[in-house]
Design a protein around this ligand. Sequence first.
Ligand SMILES: Cc1ncc(COP(=O)(O)O)c(C=O)c1O
Length: 309
Amino acid sequence: MTVTTHAALSVGTAEVAAAAETIGPYIRRTPLLDAEIDGRRLLLKLEHLQRSGSFKLRGALNAMLTGPRAEHVVTASGGNHGLGVGTAAALLGLPATVFVPTTAPAGKVRRIEATGVRLVRHGATYAEAAAAAAELAHRPGHRYLPAFDDPAVIAGQGTVAAEIIAEAPDVDAVAVAVGGGGLAAGTTLAIGPRTTVAVEPYDCQCLANALAAGRPVDGPVDSVAASALGASRIGELPFAILRRSPVQSVLVSDAELLAACDLLWEQFRIAAEPAAAVPFAAWLAGRVPGQLPCVVICGANTDWSPDRA
Ligand SMILES: Cc1ncc(COP(=O)(O)O)c(C=O)c1O
């Protein structure tokens, strides 16, 4: 039995329930919107209204509150994970350092810095930023907080779906966007036999690639949603969980996800970032099964400059 399999077995439905208790005092329980589009019913989990603007706060909080006690938290992310870690560290009064690649979107970097973390701009790629972060994390009292390949992070992300099922037990499919797979893996743990619909852009489809290969493999990353979903390889632990779960892998094009983003705004005044419109794009295209599906609107960290005319 591999180390990954051991770790996969160490996180399950009970750990998601425990995570909900642990992080409950710090997070918002986000609303579930019962909607109808062209005569088709759909539930929308408005997780973009979460503190920090995405679900990533949940996993970061759960890891910080349950893992080895650190004096200083370190991570690498120019996106929502960095914001989640920064917000969690501020809520818990822990110092944190976030390494961001110089190519990270300015709006996200500005928000990460505003959480009060020490921000270090390092390298042009995520891999370079992550290597520098890992180096710092070797110092005594420091702890590296992974974005998705961690049982406590996965359990924390699973609390989004746990809230959905608690409020709407008839939901039979939950559609989520996939980056490194933490949200999708947590979702499968939370929803039992219901279908997890794991949606990715065609041009960064690391879960689809791994399912085809039977193991995590590197793949290209080139999508408008890449700042959130741009993991080049699915996490080992998320993949170990997802491959033995009722998961349907679905792909959408950049044109479809951008159109879905616009429709969320036009129909519901939901300001989602491109990655967060990915599951809705799959539903619009008829690729989400189920009598009562729910799509998770998972992030709102987009730049916003309304025309006030
Ligand atoms: C808005 C949004 N949705 C989905 C994801 C994918 O999450 P995961 O890496 O857990 O698959 C991310 C990752 O950063 C994200 O920012």
